[in-house]
Design a protein. Structure first.
Length: 138
C-alpha cells in the first residue's frame, strides 16, 4: 500500500490536489477553531503539513520564516516531525556533549598578578617620595 501511494504522489495532478486539500484545511481552521476541543490546531497542522509536503513555493517560504524566527521554526519542525528538526537536535546535543567534555579553562594566576601590581605600586611610591637627606636634593 505504501509503495502504491508513493507512486501516486509523484503524479503532478495528485500533488496539486493534495496541496489544494491542504490549503482548504488551512482556510477551514477559523471555522473549526471555535468548536470545543483542539480541532482548529489539528486541522491547521494537517493542512500545513500537506502544503509543505507538496508545494515547493511553500517550502521556500517556510525556510525564509525559519531563518527569521529560528525558535518558532524549531517548534513547527518538532510539531510536523520533520527530519531536519531531528538532525538539528542531534547536532545540538552532540555540540553540548563536546562542550561539557572539554576541560574547564584554568583561572589566571591571581597571586602572581597581585604581586606584580603590588611591586609596581611600591616602585611608583619610591619615585614619588621626596628625599629627606640634605645632600640628595636636585
Amino acid at each position: 500500500m505504501k509503495h502504491w501511494w508513493s507512486r501516486q504522489t509523484e503524479k503532478p495532478l495528485v500533488r496539486r490536489m493534495l496541496m489544494g486539500v491542504g490549503f482548504l484545511l488551512i482556510a477551514l481552521t477559523p471555522l473549526v477553531g471555535p468548536l470545543p476541543g483542539p480541532g482548529g490546531i489539528i486541522v491547521f497542522a494537517a493542512g500545513l503539513s500537506l502544503v509543505l509536503r507538496y508545494s515547493e513555493w511553500a517550502k521556500r517560504q517556510y525556510v525564509k520564516f525559519k531563518r527569521k524566527h529560528p525558535k518558532k521554526g524549531a517548534w513547527a519542525d518538532w510539531g510536523l516531525r520533520r527530519q531536519s528538526h531531528a538532525r538539528r537536535e542531534a547536532r545540538r546535543k552532540e555540540a553540548e556533549a563536546a562542550e561539557a567534555a572539554k576541560p574547564p579553562e584554568a583561572p589566571a594566576d591571581l597571586e602572581a598578578t597581585d604581586a606584580i601590581e603590588t611591586a609596581e605600586l611600591h616602585l611608583g611610591a619610591l619615585h614619588a617620595q621626596p628625599s629627606t637627606e640634605p645632600g640628595l636634593r636636585d
